[in-house]
Design a binder for this molecule. Structure first.
Ligand code: SAM
Length: 325
């Protein structure tokens, strides 16, 4: 998944910097990934720390992180996947609102893939009682559907005609994950609400930097995950989404200030780039109030939904570090 703000390429930098401050051995420490998104940071640290606390306000992210961190071995996983792949396509919510053949005017998936997503999603609902299996199948469906979506990258718009990848028939692939016996925790809450209910050692913060609301950019993943009845809005069929204070100039600073103030963690690491809504000096000003502050940085390739030659390709990615007293 091409996720806005993904830290996949920054994992070595994050590991090196965090270990440089906290120490090489993290085995007795908990790490909270409070804006987990795709979950790549939690997954990268899960073998090294005592346990991970993962959170994101978006439900599709919760599904992915639940499976990646809390998922246990699924016996006969291949049989479930095979059975689902053999289902007859049917005309449901996704076909009706997001495929051209229904006359809705949207081309997010080929007609066949929309109908396959509907058939699989409805069948997966019957496993709801078995959370382990349910989130494994749902996470697998989200990833498989995302691969054949007819978008440039995110779901804020669709392409007018089907791109070659979107013409391919979707095949459900079971997600690879590594079960363990650790006591990870996974939440789907507003970060500023959750922060007063949790405590631990290392808090990793990766809030949105700019105006792009994740609920709007990934609305179809939420729709597949929720599969509920709602009124799709406008040309893109977006559902009502949660508006994050971190995506607005007027509220980002105060949201971050409150988060840092309430955090009951000894070490706080905040990823932010040099083009974000909150200035570097404002971040430094907030953090200095609560303990020892420093920052480290690295050049980082910009997220691109499409190839825009006008944009410079690299930004500077900062890791703001606070040792809270
Ligand atoms: C920059 S992305 C995180 C990317 C992630 N580290 C990764 O590598 O995939 C920011 C995330 O914050 C989430 N988010 C935005 N506002 C939030 C809030 N108020 N509480 C919790 N999560 C929020 C978004 O849904 C998004 O997944």
């Amino acid at each position: 998944m091409n996720y806005i703000g993904s830290k996949t390429k920054l994992i070595p930098f994050l590991k090196e910097t965090i270990k440089g401050i906290v120490g090489e051995d993290l085995s007795q420490k908990s790490l909270c990934d409070l804006f987990a998104g795709s979950g790549v940071v939690g997954r990268a640290f899960k073998d090294e720390v005592d346990f991970i606390i993962s959170n994101d306000i978006e439900y599709y992210s919760y599904v992915l992180n639940y499976n990646a961190l809390l998922g246990k071995t699924i016996h006969h996983a291949c049989d479930y996947i095979e059975t689902l792949n053999e289902l007859k396509p049917l005309e449901g919510l996704i076909y009706q609102h997001y495929c051209e053949g229904s006359g809705c005017g949207r081309v997010y998936f080929s007609d066949l893939n929309g109908q396959k997503i509907d058939a699989l999603r409805q069948a997966i609902e019957s496993y709801k009682e078995d959370k382990n299996l349910y989130y494994f199948l749902l996470a697998s469906l989200l990833k498989s559907a995302d691969k054949v979506a007819n978008t440039a990258s995110v779901y804020s718009s669709f392409l007018k005609t089907l791109k070659p990848l979107a013409c391919k028939e979707m095949v459900l692939e079971g997600l690879d994950f590594e079960p363990d016996e650790k006591s990870h925790q996974v939440f789907c809450e507003d970060a500023n609400t959750l922060i007063s209910k949790i405590k631990g050692d290392i808090l990793y913060l990766d809030p949105p930097y700019n105006h792009r609301q994740y609920g709007a950019n990934y609305h179809l993943l939420n729709t597949i995950a929720f599969y509920d009845v709602f009124e799709p809005q406008g040309k893109t069929g977006v559902r009502n989404y949660i508006s994050s204070p971190y995506c607005k100039r007027g509220s980002a600073f105060s949201a971050l200030e409150a988060l840092i103030r309430e955090a009951q963690f000894h070490y706080i690491f905040l990823s932010y780039n040099d083009e974000g809504l909150i200035s570097q000096s404002d971040i430094a000003q907030i953090m200095r109030r609560y303990g020892r502050y420093e920052a480290q940085s690295i050049p980082h390739q910009r997220f691109k939904a499409y190839d825009n030659k006008q944009c410079k390709n690299f930004t500077r990615e900062y890791l703001h570090i606070l040792e809270k007293f």
